[in-house]
Design a protein around this ligand. Structure first.
Ligand code: TRP
Length: 334
């Protein structure tokens, strides 16, 4: 039997992925390529739902793609591509827009949060229909499951609803995908504010560990991470959220279970522990940074890899769209 298909996307909105992206998504995507027919896209159409400088978008799209490859996605096995290269995403999104109720779209909490941030009237219509474009990304590839963080559950529900509605109205066309919620044990918080998620949009630079950062600043940030009162290295989310976050980071990066780490640092204080966490981060990120730099050093070669990914993606997308076009009643193009 064919391998189940996964599809996921990541936005090119930063000059580097951070530790939260890496552990929460990218590293798990790499694992999934072993068992699944994997499609991963850099979602630049989603990125322009908020005002974006063209030069920054271009740079960040390449940086995102390079980091995915550098983190271990193998272009021979996984299909890594840029969303805008496959025109069918926009085409299907339009058709799905026309199957979505205003009220249904207006219930999306991520839109409500984001539009509140930019101001209701400054938010674009594209931001409003963002989840519908996401549904198109997924349905286009007939994906069986979609590895995403828990914050994307509502978008996945909408995707399933739209897929089912289309199948019901026009006949069986789409595979209805299951969400594959990525592991929350690895939820990483802001180094300066352990109560908040590590996030590009809300964390201060000192609170974020970027994959492409140099060892010096990485070490400094870990050493300056907010720790808690007391001096013992204990896993206690309630009373020691800072230390608990660092334990989660070290455990995720080294594979050593948290209780073993706690035992290892018994009687040693925070200093030694933080130094080891810093080393674990530097060790994990350095090879990825070096490979990313190498990939970015030869843009022509990187663009060629992405063109090949787009070609493979397009082969699947084209097949779905031919059926969709016919089912909604568009005339054949001769
Ligand atoms: N909305 C997703 C996020 O912010 C990104 C995304 C776009 C995505 N298209 C997708 C995720 C398709 C999974 C599948 O995390």
């Amino acid at each position: 039997m064919a391998r189940p298909r996964v599809l996921s996307g990541i936005q090119p909105t930063a000059d580097s992925f951070h530790l939260g992206n890496y552990l929460g998504a990218v590293r798990q995507w790499v694992t999934l390529q072993e068992t699944h027919d994997a499609f991963y896209c850099v979602v630049d159409l989603h990125a322009i739902t908020v005002q974006t400088e063209p030069a920054a978008l271009r740079r960040r799209s390449r940086v995102a793609a390079a980091q995915l490859l550098a983190a271990g996605l193998d272009p021979e096995r996984a299909t890594v591509f840029v969303q805008s290269h496959v025109r069918e995403h926009s085409e299907l999104a339009w058709i799905l827009n026309c199957q979505t109720g205003m009220g249904e779209a207006a219930r999306m909490t991520q839109f409500k949060d984001k539009s509140a941030k930019y101001g209701e009237s400054a938010a674009s219509v594209g931001l409003f229909t963002y989840p519908i474009l996401q549904a198109a990304d997924i349905l286009l590839y007939q994906a069986n499951s979609v590895p995403v963080g828990a914050d994307q559950k509502q978008h996945l529900e909408l995707t399933r609803d739209l897929g089912q509605r289309f199948n019901h109205r026009f006949g069986d066309t789409f595979t209805i995908p299951e969400p594959y919620i990525l592991k929350e044990v690895e939820k990483i918080t802001d180094l300066q504010d352990p109560s908040a998620k590590m996030s590009k949009s809300s964390s201060s630079p000192a609170g974020i560990l970027d994959v492409l950062e140099q060892p010096g600043p990485l070490r400094k940030k870990v050493m300056r991470a907010v720790t808690d009162t007391g001096s013992e290295v204990l896993f206690d989310e309630e009373n020691k959220p800072g230390i608990s976050n660092l334990l989660r980071i070290q455990s995720a990066l080294t594979g050593v279970p948290i209780p073993d780490l706690v035992a290892r640092y018994e009687g040693q204080g925070y200093g030694t522990f933080k130094k080891d966490v810093a080393e674990a981060v530097v060790e994990a990120f350095t090879p990825i940074r070096e490979r990313t730099e190498k990939l970015l050093g030869d843009e022509a070669e990187l663009d060629k890899l992405l063109a090949a990914g787009a070609e493979r993606a397009r082969a699947v997308a084209r097949r779905t769209m031919a059926e969709v076009r016919d089912r909604v009643g568009f005339l054949p193009t001769l």
